[in-house]
Design a protein around this ligand. Structure first.
Ligand SMILES: NC(=O)c1ccc[n+]([C@@H]2O[C@H](COP(=O)([O-])OP(=O)(O)OC[C@H]3O[C@@H](n4cnc5c(N)ncnc54)[C@H](O)[C@@H]3O)[C@@H](O)[C@H]2O)c1
Length: 494
């Protein structure tokens, strides 16, 4: 199903009769873009219509944005989820914020939602391992898609998305909020300017602390079937950053992984009698520092505890359970199509949260560190919030003195990245972006395939070629970078 301009205006829900009606009343209305009718310079009427699939914690960022900051041009017209309690909660939040009640649909009524609510765009914020089902079906039914990371969790599902996007021609946006955070955009800026020349290798180490890190071991994330493990669920952010920072795609991956901290044995070493089912009913919660108190935190209670009777989704399962099948300790060696190499690690039980990265270039080295604040999903803490003074970026020229860079700053989630991302998603006029931060299914695919390959490598002990996993993805849109063949100045002789 290929789209052309007239198809788009119809499938976007803007029917010819609406266009005629508004045109007539506006006198000389002109159809400028999907959903935007202008008379003179003032945008009028038709708002862009969104539905959300998966109304858990993360969906609230999109809900709040559309309810408040982008309400002039956008509206949410439907919610879809397996949990009727969370659906009603989302509807109540919508009503409190806007006075309107988006329609509610059970997961099996997704097609009916598209037919009745007529969205332009489906926002996918459900469990990672289910993204593909909704992305593919939404595009088949003529909608564009905005999906949370990771695009999906394995190669087969990734192939389905790539094929469906090619067949339908619909737009599939993957929301890599980290790219948009000012200090990380600044790193891209410095690399694009060639401050350290062309990059031959990267050392990248990401630390998750025992608040945020532990949270991945409580619920669906703790099973590879649903999350792809941390190599996909979490590291998709990091591997996307590397791809985008380098403007390159991964070629081969070797990885090791193990789980040694979030285990039944560790519960005993920490003085507990052993693991238990969940925190809410745990006989040892008073002495366990990993307790998540659902009843004591109003937003967690409203979102999860009050609704678990519908689907048995326990948000607070014991982090020391034996049935967990994801790693907490991972190391990766990867090569890229520009011949750069990456040495990466991810540990989920660290003393602090954030990362160190060093780019080793032909003119010098760029070292960059971010220390993040304590965060637990579904609480009032800010995800990816940066500690005061927690960003450093330093350039060390070959044989020259190191210089600290003045840091670009931003406010809010993910170091200010969420806000810039939301503008990109929801403002009617798209801004030119020399950093090409808006990502589609091609970047989404390459961001997960390093982790998918790492999972294969962990399972087989072999190096995995990314091109053996999914073919014909297409090359992502990345900005131009310094090449390997321009003349370099001889460094100072000392
Ligand atoms: N970009 C970021 O920084 C960031 C941060 C947090 C989460 N996320 C992503 O957002 C997504 C949601 O994460 P979350 O923390 O909100 O999880 P969550 O568990 O709070 O929400 C998931 C929702 O999906 C619903 N669901 C389960 N099965 C379903 C089905 N078959 N059909 C429809 N809905 C179904 C659940 O009932 C729940 O409401 C994930 O893909 C996650 O990786 C991204």
């Amino acid at each position: 199903m290929k789209s052309n301009q007239s198809d788009q205006s119809v499938s976007s829900g803007l029917k010819r009769r609406d266009f005629v009606k508004v045109s007539a009343s506006a006198g000389m209305g002109v159809l400028l873009s999907r959903g935007a009718l202008v008379h003179g310079s003032a945008a009028v009427d038709r708002k862009k219509r969104f539905v959300i699939v998966g109304v858990g914690s993360r969906s609230r960022m999109y809900q709040n944005a559309v309810f408040r900051d982008y309400a002039d041009s956008c509206e949410i017209v439907g919610f879809c989820d397996v949990n009727p309690g969370r659906l009603e909660y989302a509807q109540k939040r919508a009503f409190d914020a806007t006075g309107k009640k988006p329609s509610l649909y059970a997961a099996e009524d997704f097609d009916r939602m598209i037919a009745e609510a007529k969205p332009d765009t489906v926002i996918v914020t459900t469990v990672d391992g289910l993204h593909h089902k909704y992305i593919v079906r939404a595009m088949e039914l003529g909608c564009d898609v905005i999906t949370e990371k990771p695009l999906t969790t394995n190669a087969e599902k990734c192939r389905q998305i790539i094929d469906a996007q090619k067949e339908t021609g619909r737009k599939c946006t993957v929301t890599f909020n980290y790219r948009y955070s000012p200090p990380r955009t600044q790193v891209k800026d410095l690399l694009m300017k060639g401050e350290i020349g062309d990059i031959l290798s990267v050392d990248f180490h990401w630390m998750l602390n025992t608040h945020h890190g532990a949270d991945y071991f409580r619920r669906w994330h703790s099973h590879k079937e649903f999350s792809g493990g941390l190599m996909v669920h979490k590291a998709t952010h990091h591997f996307d950053l590397v791809n985008w920072w380098l403007s390159a795609i991964p070629v081969s991956v070797f990885a090791t992984g193990k789980r040694e901290f979030y285990t039944p044995q560790m519960a005993k070493r920490l003085g507990l009698n052993g693991y238990h089912e969940r925190c809410h009913t745990c006989p040892e919660k008073a002495k366990c520092a990993f307790e998540l108190d659902l009843a004591g935190r109003s937003s967690l209670k409203a979102l999860y505890l009050d609704n678990e009777k519908y689907d048995g989704y326990y948000r607070d399962r014991c982090v020391f359970r034996p049935d967990i099948d994801i790693e907490d300790t991972m190391n990766v060696l990867a090569t890229y199509d520009n011949s750069a190499t990456l040495c990466y690690s991810l540990n989920a039980f660290n003393a602090w949260e954030g990362y160190n990265i060093a780019f080793n270039g032909t003119k010098g080295r760029l070292e960059h560190q971010i220390v993040e604040k304590i965060y637990v999903s579904g609480t009032d803490t800010v995800q990816g919030g940066i500690e005061e003074g927690g960003v450093t970026t330093r350039i060390i020229p070959l044989r020259g003195a190191a210089r600290e860079v003045d840091i670009w700053t931003g406010e809010g989630g993910h170091g200010g990245g969420d806000k810039v991302l939301l503008d990109d998603l929801f403002l009617p006029e798209k801004r030119n972006d020399k950093y090409l931060r808006a990502a589609d299914q091609r970047s989404g695919a390459y961001s997960i395939l390093t982790g998918v390959a790492a999972n294969h490598s962990i399972a087989t002990g072999r190096q995995i070629r990314v091109s053996d996993l999914v073919q014909n993805i297409g090359y992502p849109d990345y900005p131009k970078m310094p090449t390997r063949n321009y003349p370099l100045e001889m460094p100072a002789k000392i």
